[in-house]
Design a protein around this ligand. Structure first.
Ligand code: RNT
Ligand code: ZN
Length: 415
C-alpha cells in the first residue's frame, strides 16, 4: 500500500473521506496579492510606501517593471496549487506611450495589459483602490480628511476603481472583489473621533451612489486598529467597518493583522457569517504588530481554516492573502505562504467536524480533546503530497526557485 492509500485508511477510521477533501480543495479559489513581488511599490507614483504599512528587508531581485512583476507572478503561480485569482492594486496601472493620469482619472484601459495577462492564464482578477503612497494623502488622511479637495480626489479615485472592477469582471467572467482600505488615523490622542468617521461615512456614501452591477463587483471594507505613526486612532476601525457594511449591504473584510494581539479573527468569523451573506478575509501573519510576515501552518491559520470549513462557508468567505516580506526570496515568500494556506484548508477538510460538534453538545470534552489531539499527528502530509502530485507539483520547489533567482532575479538591472 502506498503512503496515500494508507493515509486514506487512517482518515477513514475517523469517518473522513480524503477524496472528498481533495476535491473541495481543488475547487477553492484563493485571491493572491500581486504586491509580494515588489514590496507594495506599484508603478504609478514615485512616493515611498506610506499609510502606516511597511516592508522590511532588502533581498535582491524585486520586480520594478510590469514585465518583471508579471514574470515573477508566472513563476510563483506555477508553483502554487489550486484555483487562483490575481489581486491588483490601482497603483499597478500600466501607462503606455508616455501617457500618465493621476489616480482620480484611472480608467479600465490602464489595466488592459493585466487583463490580457490574467486571461492568457485563465485567472480571474480582484482589485483595490490605492489610498496610500501618494502626494494627495494629506496628513495621513484620505476619505476622512477635513480638506474637501483631498476627499474629492479619493472619492473620484474609488469611483473610477468601481468601473475598473466591473471591467475585470466582464472580461474574466468572474465577479471582482473590490476592497477599500484607508490608512486614515492619528499618531496621538484625538480631540475628535466622531467627525473624521462621519466624513469617512459620507465619502463612502458618495462612492457607493455610483450605480454598479452588484452581481459583478463585490465591494468590501477592511478595518484596522492601528498603523505605524497612526498608533492612537484609526478612522476605519472594526466597529466602523462592520456597522458600515451592514448599513450599506457591502461585505466586511477582516485582515488578521488588524486587531489587538490577543484578538483572533478565527473567533470572529462565525459571528459575521450569521449576519452577512458574504465575508472577506486578508490572511497574513502578524508578529507583534501588523508585520505581514509570510503565512505559516500555524495555529491561527488552521483555526481560521477550520471556521470556514466546519461552517460550510467556502462559497461565502472570499479568501485573499496579504503579506509582504522583502527579507527572503519573494517568489518563495509567495509560494510558501500560499501553500501553507492551502495546507491549513486541507487540515480543516480532514477533521470529522460533525462528530466533534456532537461531542461538544454532549459535553464530552474528554473525548473531544483526545480526538482533536490525535488528528494533529494524523498523516496530513501524505494527503498533501497526493494533492500536489495530482496537479503536477511536489514539495521540492526550493531548487527551482534558486535557479530562477540565479538566472532571472540576480541579473536584473539595478542602479
Ligand atoms: C494594510 C492593509 C491593506 C494593504 C494592502 C496593500 O494594513 O492590510 O490591505 O496591506 O492593500
Ligand atoms: Zn489587508
Amino acid at each position: 500500500m502506498n503512503r496515500y492509500e494508507s493515509a486514506k485508511e487512517i482518515y477513514k477510521s475517523f469517518g473522513i473521506d480524503t477524496e472528498e477533501a481533495i476535491k473541495k480543495l481543488n475547487e477553492t479559489m484563493i485571491s493572491v496579492h500581486c504586491w509580494q513581488g515588489d514590496d507594495v511599490v506599484g508603478f504609478d507614483s514615485p512616493s515611498a510606501l506610506s499609510g502606516g504599512i511597511q516592508t522590511t528587508g532588502n533581498y535582491p531581485g524585486k520586480a520594478t517593471t510590469p514585465e518583471e512583476l508579471m514574470q515573477d507572478i508566472e513563476k510563483a503561480f506555477s508553483l502554487i496549487p489550486g484555483k487562483k485569482k490575481l489581486n491588483l492594486h490601482a497603483s499597478y496601472a500600466i501607462f503606455e506611450d508616455g501617457e500618465f493620469v493621476d489616480r482620480d482619472k484611472l480608467e479600465p484601459k490602464h489595466f488592459k495589459k493585466w487583463v490580457q495577462f490574467a486571461k492568457s492564464h485563465g485567472w480571474a482578477l480582484d482589485f483595490n483602490p490605492t489610498l496610500f503612497s501618494h502626494s494627495m494623502v494629506k496628513d495621513n488622511l484620505t476619505l476622512s480628511s477635513p480638506d474637501k479637495e483631498t476627499r474629492e480626489f479619493w472619492i473620484n479615485h474609488c469611483k473610477q476603481c468601481i468601473k475598473i472592477s466591473e471591467y475585470f469582471a466582464t472580461q474574466t467572467g468572474v465577479p471582482c472583489v473590490m476592497n477599500i482600505w484607508i490608512p486614515d488615523g492619528l499618531k496621538d490622542i484625538p480631540a475628535d473621533r466622531f467627525t473624521p468617521r462621519k466624513r469617512f461615512k459620507d465619502s463612502l456614501d458618495e462612492i457607493l451612489s455610483v450605480p454598479y452591477d452588484k452581481s459583478k463587483v463585490y465591494i468590501t471594507l477592511e478595518s484596522k486598529v492601528f498603523g505605524i505613526g497612526l498608533e492612537s486612532y484609526t478612522v476605519g476601525s472594526a466597529e466602523f467597518s462592520l456597522s458600515y457594511s451592514t448599513y450599506k449591504g457591502i461585505t466586511p473584510l477582516m485582515d488578521n493583522g488588524h486587531y489587538h494581539p490577543t484578538e483572533m479573527v478565527s473567533d470572529k468569523i462565525s459571528s459575521l457569517l450569521l449576519f452577512h451573506d458574504k465575508i472577506a478575509l486578508h490572511i497574513t501573519r502578524p508578529v507583534r504588530w501588523d508585520s505581514d510576515h509570510v503565512i505559516l501552518l500555524d495555529d491561527e491559520t488552521k483555526e481560521i481554516a477550520k471556521e470556514i470549513i466546519r461552517n460550510d462557508a467556502l462559497d461565502r468567505v472570499l479568501i485573499a492573502t496579504d503579506y509582504f516580506d522583502a527579507s527572503i526570496n519573494r517568489i518563495s515568500a509567495w509560494v510558501t505562504g500560499l501553500r501553507n494556506l492551502h495546507k491549513a484548508l486541507l487540515f480543516a477538510l480532514l477533521q470529522p467536524n460533525d462528530m466533534l460538534k456532537k461531542l461538544q453538545d454532549e459535553n464530552n470534552f474528554t473525548d473531544l480533546m483526545i480526538i482533536q489531539e490525535a488528528l494533529k499527528t494524523a498523516p496530513l502530509g501524505d494527503v498533501w503530497d497526493e494533492y500536489l502530485k495530482r496537479q503536477g507539483l511536489d514539495n521540492c520547489y526550493a531548487e527551482d526557485i534558486k535557479k530562477y533567482e540565479k538566472q532571472v532575479l540576480c541579473v536584473r538591472n539595478r542602479e
